[in-house]
Ligand binder design. Structure first.
Ligand SMILES: [Zn+2]
Length: 76
């Protein structure tokens, strides 16, 4: 079970992954440096270092489901 505090909701638009709001700086519609196929590889256990382009904060993505990324940090 995913701890809700460590999750961030995402959206896939065409071949890009977005978050509606950056959990660190609050920027809107942030395009993540991550491809939809990487949502699958994290689900299969491959960790992904994610750097938010808006404020350069780093998180490690540990898992995903259809709506949320699970990270190693408390985001809420
Ligand atoms: Zn940010």
């Amino acid at each position: 079970m995913i701890p809700f505090s460590n999750t961030v909701p995402y959206d896939v638009v065409s071949n890009d992954v977005y978050v509606q709001n950056c959990p660190f700086c609050g920027a809107d519609n942030v395009l993540l440096p991550m491809k939809p196929k990487e949502l699958i590889t994290v689900r299969e256990g491959k960790k992904k270092l994610l750097i938010f382009p808006c404020c350069h904060n780093k998180v490690t993505v540990l898992d995903s489901d259809g709506d949320y990324l699970l990270t190693d940090q408390r985001l809420r």
